[in-house]
Design a protein around this ligand. Structure first.
Ligand code: ZN
Length: 464
């Protein structure tokens, strides 16, 4: 058992907030925002400086300056509200992969992310935030997703939960499930993370043997598994498929529902704030607005009207006091539903566009096509010391071009050699030892100021 506080009081409040409707949600949001601002101004030197010119009271959220990952990371030690948490301390902690999901200093959940900007971030969630995320999953999302029929189908498979995610680093998805597994013996048996880095045939065999009741993954991963299920190699009978990390298109959702004969739901979460929104029966994502504020804005950070896609979205996480995120530029394009959702929830309904990486389809020496998941190959590169960010582009049936941006002060030649050696070893394990890897002289490219950064870009061979 871990030593985090009880989720029950928060769970009860979540239920009450929804019952009280828009007014109850707004009241909670307002009082929690006031408390977060007071904390940030009291204990974060970064926000003391940033808000120094503002009056002590009576400021609207929209009057506060926007913050970005690059500036928060640059001022990490001044940003956090606990002087015991330092960038050096967190970096030493995450350098040790055996500590994935281990509580940092006994009470914090740490995860790293490149996110949609491609720049690495270090996020530390305090025990209060962990408790809120757990309560939202349990009291709000499970209640929304699991009807009686789903519960019965889940029970038939022992509530086993398989998640196919990036592993080997402190990534939010796999790290969170590991944290949950450590809570008790039942969870440690029933929940399992499968690595997207393993060859597809191994993944399929592992999933068949585990026989999950619920399957979680990126849409690109689950789409590959749809093909495996249709071909009869994968033989799963889950009650629910959960998509996260990328945007789920209605077509992909329909293909998944048909292939697995089950309910498909999606989560909108980030390393910065775990359960930001969850999908309903009508395929809208409902924002947990009593704990999360999402402001869709244009490129000048002015509000985007409901019904229109925004250039980016500003996140305010009301649950985490350790690293205050107040009007943080998250980078996603979000559209707010202008009217109320037919499901009747008072929580704001949104759609998120543009989070997408491509699956690579590469030719092996024997002529077979081998599918490579973007997250898997991307993490192999990004986990190499010295790499700041990377971009991989397929330029031929068996040719990929690698762009790297290195950290300041590292030995560039050595870092390149390390990355290529790791990538060669990874590709050889996938039967792609024949691949030609082109070392690019140009850095990774972002197409527009708010264009989504893509780690992996597939350019299908002209022959199709
Ligand atoms: Zn709805």
């Amino acid at each position: 058992m871990d030593n985090f506080p009880s989720k029950w009081p928060v769970a009860l409040d979540l239920w009450r907030a929804e019952r009280e409707g828009a007014a109850g949600l707004a009241r909670r949001q307002e009082s929690r925002l006031a408390a977060l601002l007071a904390d940030a101004r009291g204990a974060s030197r970064f926000y003391q400086r940033l808000y120094g010119h503002l009056p002590a009271e009576g400021i609207a959220l929209g009057d506060l300056p926007v913050v970005t990952k690059r500036e928060l990371m640059a001022g990490f030690d001044e940003w956090v509200t606990d002087p015991g948490v330092t960038r050096a301390g967190v970096e030493a902690f995450i350098a040790n992969p055996s500590l994935i999901a281990a509580p940092f200093r006994g009470e914090f959940f740490v995860c790293t992310s490149a996110g949609t900007t491609g720049y690495p971030g270090l996020f530390v969630h305090d025990s209060g935030a962990i408790n809120v995320y757990r309560a939202i999953n349990f009291a709000r999302i499970n209640r929304a997703w699991f009807g009686v029929g789903t519960w019965l189908r889940m029970a038939q498979r022992g509530f086993r939960w398989a998640a196919v995610l990036g592993t080997g680093g402190h990534y939010v998805g796999a790290g969170w499930i590991e944290l949950e597994r450590q809570r008790d013996a039942w969870r440690s048996r029933a929940f399992r993370v499968f690595s997207v880095q393993q060859p597809l045939a191994e993944l399929v065999a592992g999933l068949n043997a585990f026989d999950p009741a619920m399957l979680t993954g990126y849409p690109s991963t689950l789409e590959l598994l749809v093909e495996e299920q249709a071909a009869g190699r994968l033989k799963l009978c889950p009650a629910l498929l959960e998509c996260g990390g990328e945007t789920l298109s209605p077509d992909a959702s329909a293909r998944m529902a048909a292939a697995f004969a089950c309910t498909v739901r999606s989560m909108y979460s980030a390393s910065e704030c775990l359960p930001m929104a969850f999908s309903c029966d009508h395929d809208w994502l409902h924002v947990n607005s009593d704990w999360v504020i999402l402001e869709p804005v244009d490129e000048d950070f002015h509000p985007t009207p409901p019904g229109e896609p925004s250039d980016t979205v500003l996140l305010t996480n009301l649950a985490n006091r350790l690293q205050p995120l107040i009007r943080y530029d998250l980078g996603d394009s979000v559209l707010v539903r202008p009217d109320s959702c037919p499901c009747g929830r008072p929580l704001p309904a949104i759609r998120v566009a543009g989070r997408h990486d491509d699956v690579l389809r590469l030719k092996a020496a024997d002529g077979r096509t081998v599918k490579i998941l973007p997250l898997a190959v991307g993490s192999v590169i990004d986990e190499t010391p010295g790499v700041h960010r990377s971009q991989l582009i397929q330029i031929g049936p068996a040719t990929i071009r690698l762009r790297l941006e290195l950290k300041a002060g590292v030995d560039g030649e050595k870092t390149w050699r390390d990355v290529i050696a790791k990538l060669d070893a990874y590709l050889a394990r996938q039967d792609l030892g024949n691949l030609e890897l082109v070392r690019a002289s140009e850095p990774p490219e972002q197409r527009a100021r708010f264009g989504k950064f893509r780690h992996v870009i597939a350019q299908p061979p002209a022959t199709g």
